[in-house]
Each structure stands twice: as C-alpha cells, then as structure tokens.
Design a protein around this ligand. Structure first.
Ligand code: GTP
Ligand code: SPV
Ligand code: MN
Length: 588
C-alpha cells in the first residue's frame, strides 16, 4: 500500500509488540468493508438491522463498563508536566510508553491487526492531516470508515512525508483498571487501551482532531476547536457561516442541522451543515478565518433525537449507520431510544443486552450516551462546501453551555479579547458524554476542557494571538444558553429549530443591522429584536431570560476569580484585565 519508510518502520514495531495472527490493510473499498461487516455479524459483534427499514445499518453494544469517554484515565504525555497544564492529567512519556506497551504487548495474539490510513479533512486539502490507526476491532474499522476519509488515497497523497499521526488501539480485556487514553503531542502519537467506546477508540476524533491537533495548531498558527460549523442562507441566497463551541451533549449536532421555523422557511431561510463537532480553522489569504470540518460523518447522541427535535439527524441515520448502545426491537429488527417516539418495543433488548419491554419497564432502553455513526452525505442539509478544500469563512463564533440560571439566552462580547474572556470562563452542567456525575456545574473553557492537548493558559494566549492577527477581520464572538430552567425545572426557551431566531440576531449584529444594550457582560439584545413570530412565548419571559442579574453575576465573577487561579503565571494579563473590567462594570 505504501513505501513510506516512517510508516513501515512504525508498523513493524507495532507488529512486534502486538503479535497479531493476521495483518489487514484497510484500502477504503466497499468490497472489503462489506466483508468485514459480514464477519462481525457472524461473530456477534454487530447485529444487522432490518434491511427495508434501515438499509446497511448495524447495532453494536459495548461492554457495560465502557460507554463514555473516561476523562480521569485520559493523559497528555508531554515531556514537561507544565506543558500539559493544570487542567490535564499528565504522565511522563517514557513511563507512559513503558506502561502502555506492557499492557498492549501480545494483546493481538489470536486476533487480526487492521491498519487504517485515514485523513482528517478532505484528502488533498492544505488544511487536512493524515493518520494511521492500528486496531484489533472491526467495529473501530467500520466506524472510522464512516467518520473519516479512509484508504489508499490517503497514503498516495501522504507520499514519503513523516507528517502523520500514529494511533495504536487495543481492546485488550476492556479492563477499566487498565484503561488509558494517552496523547503524546510532541510525538504525534496516541495510544488507547482497554476500551471499545467511540471517543476513546475512534482515534481520529477527540484524540487526534482535538488533543493532538490543538497542539499542532498552537505550533503552526491555526486552531482546532470543539465546534460545529453551519451556514445560514438568507432569502437573497447569501450564506454566512457560524462556528459554535458547546460542551459534549449540549446541542452542537442539533444546532448544526436545525430546521428554521415555518415562517422563516417560507421567507427562504435555510441552514446548511458543514460539521457537528470539530472545526479546524486557519487564516486565509484574504485575512479572514476559514474553517473545515475534519470529519466525514456524525457520531451523534441518539436519545432525544426525533422527527421534531432533529429531523435531519434522524434522516442521516436511515442508511449505512452504526448504532451503539441503543435498544433493539426483536419483532422488526429496528432500533429505539428514549424520546424517539411514543412507541417503544415490547419485545425489546436494552443497551445492556437484556430482554426489555419498553411499554412496562422503568429502566432505560438506550444508554443516555448511546450514539449513531452516520455518513455526513446522508444529511438532507449537508453543505455544498462540505468537501471544500479551502473550507468556509467564519463570520461569528458562538460559545454556550448548559446553565439552569444566570447566563442569558444570548449576548455578544465587546470585542475579540472580551470574547476570549467569555470563552475561557464558560461553564456548563456535566452530561452523560463522559463517565462521572451528571448535572454538576464545571468551568469548561471553549468546551475544550477534556480536549486541549497542552497548557490551557497557553491555549488562551493562542486565542488572543489569533485575534491580533485577524484584526478587524476577526469573527464576532457570542455566548448562548438554550438551557435556562424555570422553578419547576422545565426548559424556558423552546430551543431546537427556534434557536434560528437567535442565530438571526447574531447575523444581524455581524452585519451591523441591529442595536443592542451594553451591559457589564457584553451586548444583550433588546427583546423586540428577537423575532417571536408564530411562537407562543411572551416578551416578559424573553426579558427574563435576557436579563443580566447583577447579584448573580457578581457571584459568578468571584467564581471566575477562583477558576483563573488554577492557571497561575500562564494566565494572560489581558484576561486578568477583562475580569477586573467585569467586576468594575458590575459594581457601577
Ligand atoms: P457531543 O456529540 O457529545 O459533542 O454532543 P452535542 O453537543 O452534539 O449535543 P447534541 O446536539 O447531540 O444534543 C445533546 C442533548 O441536548 C440532546 O438530548 C438534545 O435533545 C439536547 N438539546 C439540543 N439542543 C437543545 C435545545 O436547543 N434545547 C434543549 N432544551 N435541549 C437541546
Ligand atoms: C463528545 O463527547 O464530545 C463526543 C462524543 O462528541 S465522543 O466521540 O465520545 O467524544
Ligand atoms: Mn463532541
């Protein structure tokens, strides 16, 4: 497949270490993938779903102790501990290699080593980067073949270059106590052992496209971010692009594929999806910030996805999709998850593999972090720029999180520097996407807390530096919160498609078409400027969720002070000044 010496040498090392019975190169052909699907159905690793309802779709169940990312077992192995920074687990690289090789040694015995050449980004794009993942899991191969561009073409474009990321995955015994997800940013290397769950094992995704790539971006002057990318087309046919960072399971896939409210559709508004999870962004020849989605599919949260909440995501899963940890309907070979519809299977199997009657059981059928792996090309609103090698120009960057109180529906930062402050102080309630307690408020700067491959203080500085380079061509920066709760614990804002009303305000701000009120935290909309046409939502309630509560924000500023202490000398002075300004503004 290749004569690239750096690849061949590494593969020899891997073979010697892992001791596989067979070695198979993934060439990207449909015939080979089809054969692997058949093989994994025969072994029970995958269940073939009803061919008429869900053509070429499969179900997989992971071990019940292996259903989400494991942040406490994820390490950044840079030579100096300081370079991993205060928010990452760190391990000395020499020690880590030794420990991981000891765990992985001989673990492919009796198994096949699959070699997956993959590209993050359209093959041949100057923004794309290559990787090689070796794995003993067909599930990983088939998911990587959906999530990335895979096969011979990647090697052809790479040629003799050494600019590729090494990824070693071994399922070993799926032993929680020996599960490690280790990134070696200085060596372009990832090692993942004892897991079979998506974010831990699809090494192109969080491990490469965020942890390794964020470090590469810092060195090379670009940005790798946990952001969706969408295009908003107005009735004149002009498309403006927005990139938005929300923590895991906080609405990126939903926003990326939203369907505008009826009255806006009738006017001609459209949403186009470029990406739903990751953005790589560079300054283009015109001085603006340009973004590509390095992925080729969607690894989306299943529960909560339905015709109404996210029609386009659901449509994307109707063909060539792998479902992980959802419920199975034995009567018709279909899948089900919570809030898909009101008709759960009676004769079902839950995500743990146990018989399950959805009509009578109080247990959940699907795991809260169950997922679909769907090809992006299935998406009815996929952008015409999806495969563009240059990417799309970004007009606005949006931060957001899950905040029951305090954070208004939307506000705009005063400028780039203030926007970096807003991103660096982001907070959100934790979700099922990572193991651990759910619903605890934590600071998650730029939604990158679990994904930044270097010291977050340096990462903030990199953001500030990018702003200086972009100057007046920098995207405007906003913050949104769809998740305000009333006293009974219900979401106040309808969210989903109605978030388009907020996006329209954001675009209007970028085009200087609408005024806003200046507050201590930034520019907040006048409630009359959020269009509530056809919505049963009172202007008083809107005013409530737009209000900047001085007392609550004063407390918030104290918490930010604590949050910032972690970064010590690495905290850029600009951000200290921003915090002082916020406090002064609130005291006024
Ligand atoms: P990752 O793939 O983990 O990065 O998640 P994500 O950010 O793409 O989140 P996703 O769009 O899958 O949404 C996660 C959960 O948030 C689902 O249960 C959605 O139903 C819910 N959600 C998304 N958008 C909204 C919204 O506007 N309002 C409310 N109330 N819930 C939402
Ligand atoms: C996330 O947790 O942000 C995801 C899913 O997108 S995973 O691939 O598991 O990281
Ligand atoms: Mn994500």
């Amino acid at each position: 497949m290749t004569n690239n010496k750096t690849i061949l040498t590494w593969l020899e090392e891997m073979k010697a270490l892992l001791n596989p019975d067979n070695v198979v190169w993934i060439d990207g052909s449909e015939e080979q993938l089809e054969q692997l699907r058949a093989q994994s159905v025969a072994s029970g690793e995958l269940t073939k779903l009803n061919e008429e309802l869900l053509p070429d779709c499969y179900l997989h169940r992971t071990a019940i102790n292996d259903v989400a990312r494991v942040e406490n077992r994820t390490f950044i192995c840079s030579k100096k501990e300081e370079n991993a920074g205060p928010t990452n687990n760190w391990m000395d690289p020499q020690q880590a290699y030794k420990m991981l090789y000891d765990i992985a040694r001989g673990s492919y015995a009796g198994r096949t080593m699959y070699i997956i050449p993959f590209s993050m980004g359209p093959i041949g794009s100057p923004l794309a980067k290559a990787g090689i993942e070796v794995t003993d899991s067909i599930y990983v191969v088939l998911n990587m073949a959906i999530m990335t561009r895979t096969g011979q073409k990647v090697l052809d474009v790479l040629g003799d270059s050494n600019d590729w990321v090494r990824g070693l995955h071994s399922r070993c015994d799926i032993d929680e106590e020996k599960r490690y997800i280790c990134q070696f940013p200085e060596d372009n290397t990832i090692i993942s052992v004892n897991s079979g769950y998506g974010g831990n094992v699809l090494l192109g995704k969080k491990c490469f496209a965020l942890r390794i790539a964020s470090y590469q971006g810092w060195n090379e002057g670009w940005m790798a971010e946990h952001m969706l990318i969408l295009g908003i087309e107005n009735p004149q046919g002009e498309v403006k692009y927005v990139a938005a960072a929300f923590p895991s399971a906080c609405g990126k896939t939903n926003l990326a594929m939203l369907i505008p409210p009826e009255y806006l559709k009738e006017q001609g508004y459209k949403i186009w999806t470029v990406g739903d999870d990751i953005a790589w962004m560079r300054i283009g020849p015109d001085g603006r910030l340009w973004a590509i989605n390095p992925e080729n599919g969607f690894f989306g949260v299943a529960p909560g996805t339905n015709e109404k909440s996210n029609f386009n995501a659901l449509a994307s899963t109707k063909q060539g999709t792998i479902f992980t940890n959802v419920a199975y309907d034995k009567d018709n070979g279909n899948v089900w998850w919570e809030s898909l519809d009101k008709n759960p299977p009676e004769n079902g199997i839950d995500w743990k593999g146990n018989p399950w009657n959805g009509k009578t059981s109080s247990e959940k059928g699907a795991h809260p972090n169950s997922r679909f792996t769907a090809p992006a090309k299935n998406c009815p609103c996929v952008s015409s720029e999806f495969d563009s090698t240059t990417g799309v120009p970004i007009s606005a960057i949006v931060f957001g999180g899950r905040r029951a109180k305090i954070a208004p529906l939307v506000y705009q930062s005063k400028d780039w520097e203030n926007g970096v402050f807003v991103g660096s102080t982001m907070a959100s309630e934790t979700t099922a996407a990572a193991s651990g307690a759910v619903g605890v408020v934590r600071r998650d700067p730029m939604a990158m807390l679990p994904f930044c491959g270097y010291n977050m203080g340096d990462y903030f500085q990199h953001w500030l530096d990018m702003g200086k380079k972009l100057g007046d061509k920098a995207p405007k920066i906003f913050n949104v919160n769809w998740f305000r709760l009333d006293d009974e614990g219900h979401f106040i804002w309808p969210g989903f498609g109605d978030n388009m009303r907020v996006l329209n305000w954001i675009i209007a701000r970028c085009e200087n078409k609408v005024a806003a009120q200046e507050t201590a935290i930034g520019y907040v909309p006048y409630s009359k400027d959020i269009d509530l046409t056809d919505l049963d939502f009172s202007i008083d309630t809107l005013n409530d969720i737009l209000k900047v509560d001085r007392e609550a924000w004063t407390k918030e500023a104290e918490e930010i002070t604590e949050h910032y202490k972690k970064f010590g000398d690495k905290l850029p002075t600009e951000l200290k000044t921003q915090l002082d300004n916020l406090k002064k503004g609130l005291a006024k």
